[in-house]
Design a protein around this ligand. Structure first.
Ligand SMILES: [Zn+2]
Ligand SMILES: [Zn+2]
Length: 139
C-alpha cells in the first residue's frame, strides 16, 4: 500500500486511491459537512459568514461543498451565492448555471445549421452583382 501526506494536516497515511485526506481528517470533514448541512437546513437564509461562525467550519470549506455539488442552497438565499464559471450568473450549486451546463453538454452540434444558412447568401451575392451591372448599363 502507498503512503501519502494528508492534504489537510500533512501527516502520513495509507493511501486508498480515493481520498486525499487521512482517516482522521476525512472523519472531521464528514462531520463538518453534516454540521453545515444541518445548520443550513434549519437556517436556510443565513449568510455564509454566519454559517461559518456558527458551525466553526471555514468559509472556503463550505464553498467547496457547494462547488462539489454536495450542498445545495434551498430557496432564495441572497447571502450565499456562487458564480457560474462560464457566464458569471448567480447559481446555487455546482460550477455552471443550467443554461451553460446544457450548452456544454450540446457542445458544437449547432454548427451544422449555420452551414445550411450560408448557401442562400452566396446566391444572393451573385444576384446583387447582376443588379449592379444592370444599373451601370442604365447610366
Ligand atoms: Zn489529516
Ligand atoms: Zn452560466
Amino acid at each position: 500500500m502507498k503512503v501519502r501526506n494528508c492534504k489537510e494536516c500533512g501527516k502520513l497515511f495509507q493511501y486508498d486511491g480515493i481520498s486525499k485526506l487521512c482517516y482522521r481528517c476525512r472523519k472531521k470533514d464528514d462531520e463538518d459537512f453534516r454540521k453545515v448541512k444541518e445548520y443550513l437546513y434549519e437556517n436556510p437564509k443565513e449568510t455564509i459568514t454566519v454559517v461559518s461562525e456558527e458551525t466553526q467550519v471555514p468559509e472556503d470549506k463550505i464553498l467547496r461543498y457547494l462547488r462539489e455539488g454536495k450542498l445545495e442552497i434551498v430557496g432564495e438565499n441572497p447571502g450565499i451565492l456562487l458564480d457560474c464559471e462560464s457566464c458569471g450568473k448567480s447559481i446555487r450549486t455546482g460550477r455552471y448555471c443550467e443554461q451553460c451546463a446544457r450548452a456544454l453538454e450540446r457542445g458544437f452540434k449547432g454548427d451544422g445549421e449555420r452551414e445550411k444558412e450560408r448557401k442562400p447568401q452566396e446566391r444572393s451575392t451573385r444576384e446583387r452583382m447582376h443588379i449592379a451591372q444592370m444599373k451601370n448599363k442604365r447610366k
